[in-house]
Design a protein around this ligand. Sequence first.
Ligand code: SDX
Length: 393
Amino acid sequence: QAGVFTYDPGFTSTASCESTITYIDGEEGVLTHRGYPIGDLAGKSHYLEVCYLLLYGTLPTATELETFETTITRHTMLHEQMATFFRGFRRDAHPMAIMVGVVGAMSAFYHDSTDINDPLQREIASHRLIAKMPTIAAMAYKYTIGQPFVSPRNDLDYASNFLRMCFAVPAEDYEVNPILSRAMDRIFTLHADHEQNASTSTVRLASSSGANPFACIAAGIACLWGPAHGGANQACLEMLKEIGSVDRIPEFIARAKDKSDPFRLMGFGHRVYKNMDPRATVMKQSADEVLELLGVDDNPLLQVASELERIALSDPYFKEKKLFPNVDFYSGIILEAMGFPTSMFTPIFAMSRTVGWISQWKEQLSDPGHKIGRPRQLYLGEDVRAYTDIENR
Ligand code: SDX
């Protein structure tokens, strides 16, 4: 029983944990963070305010928000020696491979925020990770395209800083388009947290062993990379490009329904949502706005995506299986229109989800009864048997 929610999910006995951070009603397509519906937060709030809400449980006062934003802004630079770390990667490394490595390595550079038993160190680690993830993601992008790193600036907001670190070059000035910055910030908000998804559960499991915060977040990044999870935004755009035109949609719908074909509609379906993912609704509105602003609202990929959604949602198979677009279905279209390569889609998801991972990591550690995660198994193997010498096998 949680407030207005007559909450009887029917899985109390199998729930992996108790949490007060995010609530999802998959049947109704409801998503709230600390009780606030995602549609309100995406429309009225902004990412760093949502970070404060996820971390501390309440919307900040103006003073609290200013203090928090200043703290984050003033920790966006990375230890200069970490730039050397980047230069150890091949230039064609996937940015997610670089992020997993660099974030894990942060525990080798930031020793004063690795002791999980010290509340102050937990706080410093939380702020460092939220502040530095955009810098790390942007540096991973710049490194893979052979351009010089661009340092963060303290006079820019979080999303504008990220766009500038990705797209500015020393040879010319770079002006951040405020509408693109707003769309970028909204994408961060839509990906901030999502209850006990695979990567968040990975972070909680890692944190239950007492691993340092950087190691736990690196584990979450590694898990998010999979195409069934955070890698779906990259896979979805690649699928839309493979479909290419609306007349080829029936061929791919048929493949998605064919059990003998491993093909799945990327960006469709969800372990929990059996209704429209509320994030997808906001993401589609954002896609329409950004593409219109950029003068590419006749973008063929958006046309294929809209028609694919229309056909799938009217198809009895998808209705019966309760398959709807999820958060990844439209995000790739926006990100590509902004100028990002598909390889940067999941790093942007990872950046956004860092606050969710950290909030849940802190909640896991604050639970006095928390024990090391130790899932059990159902053994279906051989009975006990005697060892056979090799000459008798
Ligand atoms: C994210 O957990 C989270 O919260 C994750 C996330 C987050 O914010 O952290 O929301 C982010 O990971 C979103 C999901 C992104 N992944 C994709 O878009 C990849 C494509 N989607 C599928 O791989 C799939 O939908 C899953 C993995 C997401 C869910 O798979 P399930 O658990 O099998 O889904 P289901 O039980 O609802 O499936 C019911 C049926 C099954 O067929 P049957 O076994 O009943 O015959 O529908 C089929 C599935 O095989 N099905 C699909 C399908 N998704 C499920 N068929 C075709 N295309 C699809 N996309």
